[in-house]
Ligand binder design. Structure first.
Ligand SMILES: [Zn+2]
Length: 447
């Protein structure tokens, strides 16, 4: 599918103006974002833009270019203006087209998708005799994304997160209208989990094992009996803990030995015999903490609700702060899901803490930081990631709310997997778990 994407105006033609904004800048930013989303997320699409910078280009230059390139679809992005009182979104197809035309059908889909995300009043689906609609040889739509001279609309236009949402709406609509094939996320290597089980005695007689387990439990350590067959004979093993980290298992073993039990040993389970995880870092692209957020807030919120229908909606904050700090807000969101068990808070951290990333949490005795609001909690999360991923000074639009920002060795973890053993101690698969969860979020057929 060949998309000709036309951000309105440019260069010496600023387009509509109001509230300190020029139409040409907003249309360009939205269009660039649309291109990024489509190219990154779909297989069968080519995008040609009328301009990617602030240049002057006539209307006929634009339609001629689209026609000679043989575009399948022409999408023009504009911002409206009137007298300061009008507001909202509307889109146009060529005035001679019927409501059952192919173009009208595309518009139906795109209009609905854009409206889902743009926070604007719906002014409806319209027709007009505009040059780009009339002179383009393929189906063409022109969207007017709010009024630049209206206070509410202009305030939105100033937010990068709004422009991102508008772009996402257009991209979703185009993808749906043209049945674009989602790119499959390259599989993230997830090392198979190794479990270290501490065995505090192995017995031929069941009651001996039961007695041992009861003794250990009386000392405050969880223990239970499991059976295993060795050379055709059943043995009763007392298991006193299972750990994903060998050092923790050894520490438990020592505790058991301190109780006077000497016949302890550690068994290793769950290692995949054939695939050894490669020690090398995955390609940094896509796995670095810094980068653009691809998933929309709506997508993030919808995904978490497939697992936890009562989940709090934090997608907007992850996008907004992610964009502001140049961090992958969608992968940070996946990290929050990993940390909070899909916002069910089944671990140490309680919901009222608004601490979605376990900042400062070390265990039941120290549940870690608390934040005043969900928004502040997400802000702290992103600031904490910024500390790890970047050596730059923290941009100052928002106050520093991460209490541990200055405790981080700046720039020590540019990638998600580099957080292993740093954010999660101990941990050898922490980043991989986050990326694996992100992979599931990313697969659109899941929602
Ligand atoms: Zn315009």
């Amino acid at each position: 599918m060949k998309l000709y994407l036309d951000p309105g105006h440019g260069g010496s033609d600023p387009g509509a103006q109001g509230n300190g904004l020029n139409e040409k800048d907003i249309t360009l930013d939205i269009a660039l974002k649309i291109r990024t989303i489509l190219i990154n997320n779909y297989e069968n699409i080519e995008v040609k833009m009328s301009r990617t910078t602030d240049i002057t280009k006539s209307l006929s230059q634009r339609t001629n270019e689209a026609n000679s390139w043989g575009a399948n679809f022409y999408m023009a992005i504009h911002i409206n203006a009137f007298n300061g009182t009008a507001q909202g979104y509307e889109d146009y197809i060529y005035s001679n087209l019927s409501d059952s035309s192919t173009t009208a059908r595309y518009r139906e889909i795109i209009h609905a998708e854009v409206m889902k995300l743009n926070q604007l009043i719906d002014r409806g689906k319209k027709k007009a005799n505009f040059h780009v609609l009339r002179e383009s040889a393929m189906p063409a739509i022109l969207s007017e994304n709010g009024f630049i001279d209206h206070a509410h609309d202009a305030a939105l236009m100033k937010q990068s997160s709004w422009r991102q949402n508008v772009a996402q709406g257009h991209a979703n609509g185009i993808a749906k209208a043209f049945n674009l094939k989602p790119k499959s996320v390259s599989p993230v290597p997830v090392p198979s989990e190794t479990i270290y089980k501490v065995i505090a005695g192995s017995f031929k007689q069941r009651n001996n094992a039961d007695n041992r387990a009861a003794f250990i439990e009386s000392k405050g350590i969880e223990a239970f009996v499991m059976t295993t067959t060795i050379s055709g004979e059943i043995w009763y093993r007392v298991q006193a803990g299972a750990f994903s980290n060998r050092a923790n298992a050894e520490a438990r073993q020592e505790e058991i030995q301190n109780l006077g039990i000497t016949d302890t040993f550690i068994i290793t389970e769950g290692t995949s015999p054939t695939t050894t995880p490669t020690p090398s870092e995955p390609t940094p692209t896509g796995y670095s903490i810094l980068g653009q957020t691809f998933l929309s807030p709506e997508h993030m919120n919808l995904y978490v609700k497939t697992v936890n229908p009562h989940a709090i909606e934090l997608g907007d904050f992850y996008l907004t702060f992610g964009e502001y700090y140049g961090i992958r807000g969608d992968i940070a969101f996946a990290q929050a899901l990993h940390e909070t068990n899909y916002f069910r808070f089944t671990g140490t951290v309680k919901p009222a803490q608004n601490n979605y990333a376990g900042i400062g949490t070390t265990g039941p005795d120290n549940p870690g930081a608390s934040f005043a609001t969900p928004e502040e909690g997400v802000l702290a999360h992103l600031q904490h990631l910024f500390a790890y991923a970047s050596t730059k000074v923290l941009p100052d639009e928002y106050p520093l709310v991460d209490p541990r920002f200055y405790l981080v060795k700046r720039g020590s973890a540019p990638t998600w997997t580099a957080l292993n053993g740093i954010w999660a101690v101990p941990g050898t698969t922490y980043g991989q778990s986050i990326l694996s969860l992100y992979g599931k979020m990313h697969s659109p057929n899941k929602i």
